[in-house]
Write a protein that binds this ligand. Structure first.
Ligand code: HEC
Length: 233
């Protein structure tokens, strides 16, 4: 994954892991205080020793540890995956129709492709655009690249486990998967930087439902975890 966050501001999971610690609307802490807190808990020393060869707690090590944990959280073995692996009965006919639409008439695979259903690139669908002021509430990728043409562009998210992530889009402005498909069906929301790949689709009600069913079939396993029963003291 070359970028994390919706606007891609973090180049790696390691960078991403440290962002929320200092963000005033997330954890509101500082990296120095984080290190002081963790360093003051003796029980962590042996884990740092095991992982890094010495017991020191550093910002860099904390970032690596969190990022490596995240790398073990995968998603797979969904009904959709079992179908693609050859089990014709793993999904309904509706899901199969949705899949056909996703890769053909609806053209979702122009951006949502590969195992994770994302090109990991940035696109503008018009989400968060205010036609009255002519501005985006969040400039998206533009904030990072200063490239005018990337105004209002956000990273293509994975479709895996999408049922667990409502409300949708970078600003949570789209409530349901059906609403998402309807946004695409009307050709996105008009604005000066709309991605030309987003075009009106003229889907029937039945086709909208099939696309929703296809996305729902991507709920799998592998990412769930149970918290430790006790923490280092
Ligand atoms: C031009 C590239 C592009 C195409 C084509 C496209 N998507 Fe997307 N999709 C994106 C981007 C970019 C976002 C995030 C946009 C934002 O937050 O502003 C997104 C968001 C989504 C989300 C929300 C996921 C979440 O976690 O919030 C779903 C669901 C989705 N797309 C499904 C589809 C379906 C179904 C189609 C086909 C009808 C489709 N996409 C076509 C690029 C695309």
């Amino acid at each position: 994954m070359p970028h994390t966050f919706w606007d891609g501001r973090a180049a790696s999971l390691e960078d991403q892991a440290l962002g929320p610690v200092e963000n005033p609307i997330e954890m509101g802490n500082t990296h120095d205080d984080m290190i002081a807190t963790l360093g003051g808990i003796d029980g962590y020393a042996k884990y740092f020793e095991e992982a890094f060869g010495s017991p020191e707690v550093t910002t860099d090590r904390v970032a690596k540890a969190i990022a490596d944990y995240e790398r073990t959280r995968m998603s797979g073995n969904s009904p959709y995956d079992r179908w693609k692996a050859g089990d014709e009965s793993a999904v309904s006919e509706q899901v199969k129709l949705g899949d056909e639409l996703f890769f053909d008439k609806a053209g979702c695979n122009q951006c949502h492709l590969g195992y994770n259903f994302t090109d990991t690139l940035f696109h503008n669908l018009g989400v968060g655009y205010d036609p009255d002021s002519g501005a985006f509430a969040d400039p998206g990728r533009f904030a990072i690249t200063q490239d005018e043409s990337e105004t209002g562009a956000f990273k293509t998210p994975t479709i895996r486990e999408v049922t667990l992530r409502a409300p949708y889009m970078h600003d949570g402005s789209v409530a349901t998967l059906r609403d998402v498909v309807e946004l695409y069906d009307r050709g996105g929301d008009a604005n000066p930087h709309l991605d030309p790949k987003v075009q009106p689709l003229n889907l029937t009600d039945e086709e909208v439902d099939a696309l929703v069913a296809m996305m729902e079939s991507l709920e799998g396993e592998g990412y769930r975890d149970s918290p430790p029963s006790s923490f280092p003291q």
